[in-house]
Design a protein around this ligand. Structure first.
Ligand code: ZN
Length: 72
């Protein structure tokens, strides 16, 4: 018996040679976190920026039910 599995294309290992500056990266992260906080404040729920799981507002902090990361 042979099984042929269609594998998803591997994530391209090609990266731009020039790294983004630390400042730009932090700003992007900040924007992401701001979006998460907006969701948490508005709905009490948001998508975890790390794993995409469900985040809930618990005791004033965002808590991911999947990866366990917290946002304060
Ligand atoms: Zn998570």
């Amino acid at each position: 018996m042979s099984s042929v599995a269609t594998r998803p294309l591997p994530v391209s290992p090609v990266r731009p040679k020039r790294f983004r500056s630390e400042g730009a990266r932090l700003r992007t992260l900040e924007q992401k976190l701001n979006g998460v906080w907006e969701g948490l404040r508005a709905d009490g729920a948001a998508e975890c920026p790390l794993c995409g799981g469900a985040m809930e507002l618990r005791a004033g902090a965002g808590s991911c039910s999947r990866c366990g990361s917290t946002l304060t």
